[in-house]
Design a protein around this ligand. Structure first.
Ligand SMILES: [Zn+2]
Length: 203
């Protein structure tokens, strides 16, 4: 409570060109899958998780041209994007399950993924389907532009994070078995929004 963050110099953000509307459409498709995790697994709808996984080749076709997908137990997904030369890989992480929702408390359908007044409504939109989509959509674009990373990049996704499930642990075990030590892991954090000025701020 006593911590006051130091003033930060405004940073300039490097503009990136991509099809914003297409990215939103992909995120909407993910949100419309009711991938709700429960401690009581009998409440989970496995078909909704499979629906999301089944959509991925259509949403991110280049990812499936250049990357291999390994499905591990407990809904863990691991994509390998091969690099140009040997070296420790980078790992981009997210989870595609969401926490249960009390629909009576929502102003809009939590799985409708409607954009209302510039706001995308959806359970898991921030936590963390936007992260999932960010990784998959950007890798899809880069592959489509012919980009090949220097070292391997892994996209690692849990489907049971919200119940502290073992999906991510299976991925860690897989890395250990392969003798791989990631150089960098980028995981779920808090959300960061670019304000109208060039200075990013946390919200
Ligand atoms: Zn989360």
């Amino acid at each position: 409570m006593q911590f006051t963050p130091p003033e930060e110099e405004p940073r300039s953000i490097e503009p990136v060109s991509f099809d914003f509307d297409a990215a939103v459409k992909c995120l909407q498709s993910l949100i419309r899958c009711k991938t709700v995790s429960y401690y009581d697994h009998t409440l989970e709808d496995d078909a909704e998780f499979e629906k999301l996984v089944g959509l991925l080749p259509e949403l991110y076709p280049h990812v499936f041209e250049a990357c291999t997908l390994t499905r591990l137990d407990d809904r863990a997904l691991l994509f390998k994007w091969p690099g140009r030369e040997p070296g420790n890989p980078s790992v981009l992480m997210a989870h595609y399950d969401v926490v249960p929702v009390d629909e009576s408390l929502w102003e809009h359908d939590p799985f409708g993924a409607e954009v209302i007044d510039g706001v995308l409504w959806g359970r898991g939109a921030l936590d963390t389907k936007v992260t999932f989509n960010g990784a998959m959509f950007s890798v899809n674009i880069l592959i489509g532009r012919g980009f090949v990373p220097k070292h391997d990049v892994y996209l690692a996704f849990s489907g049971c994070e919200e119940i502290s499930g073992p999906g991510a642990a299976h991925i860690v075990d897989w890395f250990i078995e392969q003798g791989l030590t990631p150089e960098m892991v980028l995981d779920e954090g808090s959300s960061v929004r670019a304000a109208s000025s060039a200075s990013p701020r946390r919200v």
